[in-house]
Ligand binder design. Structure first.
Ligand code: HEC
Length: 227
């Protein structure tokens, strides 16, 4: 006991140094870098719109994450909160809010376009369909980059997102194609020279020539007979 007190006393007596780092506030808003990328904007959007349900690291509404809530709000499914009987104009949250960042998350989406479409149509859960398209792209860029599915360089949009496939989450982050793909040109139709390739055209020509020869010979035969 004595040693314990002694040690406590000694620990207390160590002067606080300027280098002591405060515990990082895990719920602090992300700061934008000097030249923000699409995914950096997405981080901000995620913080303000998605974090309360999906966690600050995209881990989902885990028990551990809910401990960051004030004690009275930690049980989201209590009557009068977001359970089966929510507060007036409130909404019910499913008991499982899935992770959106982590090894197995997003595996059900084939590519970034599908993820974008889902976010735009279904999230945030309580107000689906309210996000601006640009916000959906920023969130898609953020989630894709945080999951290591994309290197984050460039900008995701409807011309390239379908090419960013989510098939192999263990592969190194993919890059977008260097230039936006030009739609493949429709094959130019070169009209084939008459009779060159089409056998039926050849038959028609031969028949026409034969008919002409027949008409001419009939004509001359008649002239020969009458003359
Ligand atoms: C009110 C809580 C809530 C908020 C806020 C919310 N989500 Fe969700 N999210 C859910 C729930 C619940 C599901 C599961 C829905 C289901 O399975 O039908 C889900 C599912 C998802 C999924 C699919 C995950 C998977 O693998 O099934 C994505 C992606 C997603 N949310 C992204 C977002 C984004 C981005 C935002 C912010 C714009 C957001 N969510 C805000 C509750 C929320």
């Amino acid at each position: 006991m004595a040693t314990l007190f002694l040690q406590t006393g000694r620990t207390r007596s160590i002067p606080l140094q300027a280098t002591v780092t405060p515990t990082p506030d895990r719920l602090a808003p992300p700061t934008l870098p000097a030249t923000p990328l699409q995914a950096d904007y997405g981080a901000k959007e995620f913080w303000s719109r998605c974090l309360p349900c999906h966690g600050e690291r995209g881990q989902g509404l885990t028990d551990e994450f809910r401990q960051t809530y004030p004690p009275e709000d930690q049980n989201c499914w209590m009557s009068g909160c977001h359970g089966a009987r929510p507060y007036p104009d409130g909404w019910t949250i499913p008991t499982i809010v899935p992770p959106v960042i982590g090894p197995t998350s997003l595996i059900k989406f084939q590519n970034a376009q599908v993820l974008h479409d889902y976010i735009c149509a279904a999230m945030p859960y309580q107000w689906p369909g309210t996000l601006a398209d640009e916000t959906c792209w920023q969130l898609t860029a953020y989630l894709t980059r945080q999951n290591g599915l994309w290197d984050g360089a460039g900008e995701l949009n409807q011309t390239n997102a379908a090419q960013l496939a989510f098939l192999d989450p263990s592969a190194t982050p993919a890059s977008l194609p260097a230039s936006t793909p030009t739609p493949t040109a429709a094959p130019t139709l070169v009209p084939a020279a008459a009779g060159e390739s089409n056998p039926s055209v050849r038959i028609v020509i031969i028949l026409a020539a034969a008919v002409l020869v027949l008409i001419f010979s009939l004509f001359f035969i008649r002239r020969g007979l009458s003359g």
